[in-house]
Write a protein that binds this ligand. Structure first.
Ligand SMILES: C[S@@+](CC[C@H](N)C(=O)[O-])C[C@H]1O[C@@H](n2cnc3c(N)ncnc32)[C@H](O)[C@@H]1O
Length: 383
């Protein structure tokens, strides 16, 4: 069952985070099970439970939701005659009281393959790696701040070669990153003790966007992902960025799924924010809810006009650097950075073709390029 906003009073940003996790996991698992691997390992590296309201079933905790979501996918594929699919759950938690709760939860669910690891994630990496020895591994890294030894975690992620969702705690980082007292811990977080020089050399920007940029650069250097895509989650009660979810993946499909899940989740975030405003003001909204959602997501959501323009420009500059690039790779590179979907990129590519800015052959009977279509700059001879 998807998360229910009623369970998240005062921490609605966690509702949005869980909604994203659920929807992404669902699509990723369907794709994986229908394709190459019968085994899906889900690692909840900073599992909690943490500030839950459903203390019986933990329906508002990431580990319990992952179980429900992944098992629902497994069962629905079983109904479609896909037997032999397996999901493993590996939960790690440092706080002993929370570990005890996780263990109790696991003991009540003997039908699932759950292993609980006690202690810091960074100290359990070998054990978790051996417990995910085959199959595809998805790791959820959800710390409360930036007290994370990223160097060790990057080695783990690179070796597993799966996907991860990293919750970057933007608000905390933003508040403290300029203070010398945190220079050492931020060095561990960035797996770069000498980070400060690069930080100070960066152009104007908020602390958190600069640290985010450094973190992503370090992740790429560590080869933990080919693509790093992110979206902001705001605190609905204060309308301020609280966190950013970063997906690390080696697959263009992962980037595409990320943007389509983002589009759905953005709508729920607007809905949640307006429900709170209505409740707090005691006054009903002048416009219907769906109209408010459309207005706000058209302003800065996935595929809005500003993102459309950004994607158009990035497509041209990418093709001019990588002449003959396949459309699938081009789309992944653009979507990694810009919140747009493949449908938007199809439109942009065909518009650029008509304007003589890009050159490519359309597959017979098609109006849009296929993933394999080679794209060049300029006008085709027969146009
Ligand atoms: C934000 S909470 C996790 C929430 C949970 N993922 C969810 O969405 O329901 C972070 C958890 O990580 C635990 N923690 C902190 N540092 C840790 C570490 N190095 N390794 C493992 N767990 C850690 C905390 O005790 C806390 O329970």
């Amino acid at each position: 069952m998807p998360p229910r906003v009623e369970n998240y009073q005062g921490r609605e940003q966690s509702f949005i985070k869980h909604l994203f996790l659920n929807k992404y996991l669902e699509s990723a698992a369907y794709k994986l099970f229908q394709g190459r691997s019968p085994v899906f390992n889900f690692v909840d590296a900073f599992a909690g439970p943490w500030r839950v309201s459903d203390t019986d079933k933990y329906s508002d905790a990431s580990f319990s939701q992952a179980i429900e979501t992944l098992d629902a996918v497994r069962r629905s594929l079983l109904d479609m005659r896909r037997p032999g699919l397996k999901v493993r759950f590996r939960f790690c938690e440092r706080n002993p009281a929370s570990v005890a709760k996780l263990q109790q939860f696991a003991a009540q669910k003997p039908e699932f393959d759950i292993q609980v690891f006690s202690g810091a994630f960074e100290d359990n990496l070998n054990g978790i790696r051996s417990a995910c020895r085959d199959g595809f591994t998805f790791t959820f890294i959800d710390p409360t701040g930036w007290n994370v030894d990223s160097g060790k975690i990057f080695d783990f992620l690179r070796n597993l070669n799966g996907e991860f969702l990293f919750n970057f705690m933007a608000e905390e980082v933003n508040r403290h990153a300029g203070w010398d007292g945190v220079a050492e811990s931020l060095g561990r977080f960035l797996a770069d003790p000498a980070w400060k020089a690069a930080f100070e050399a960066m152009p104007e920007g908020s602390n958190e966007t600069k640290i985010l940029q450094l973190l992503k650069a370090r992740m790429k250097e560590a080869r933990v992902a080919t693509y790093l895509t992110d979206m902001a989650i705001r605190k609905p009660r204060e309308d301020r960025i609280k966190m950013r979810l970063i997906l690390g993946t080696h697959s263009g499909f992962g980037v595409e799924v990320f943007r389509s899940v983002q589009e759905k989740v953005e709508k729920e975030a607007v809905r949640t924010r307006h429900a709170i405003q209505t409740e707090e003001s005691g006054q009903s909204q002048i416009f219907p809810e769906e109209q408010i959602i459309a207005f706000e997501t058209d302003r800065d959501g996935v595929g809005c006009s500003a993102h459309f323009v950004w994607a158009s420009e990035l497509m041209l500059s990418t093709v001019s650097l990588k002449s003959g690039i396949a459309f699938g790779s081009l789309a992944s590179e653009v979507m990694e950075q810009v919140p747009v979907r493949t449908t938007h990129l199809n439109k942009i590519a065909t518009t650029h073709r008509k304007a003589g800015l890009l050159r490519f052959d359309l597959p017979i009977g098609k109006r849009t390029p296929s993933a394999q279509t080679k794209i060049w700059v300029g006008t085709s001879h027969d146009d």
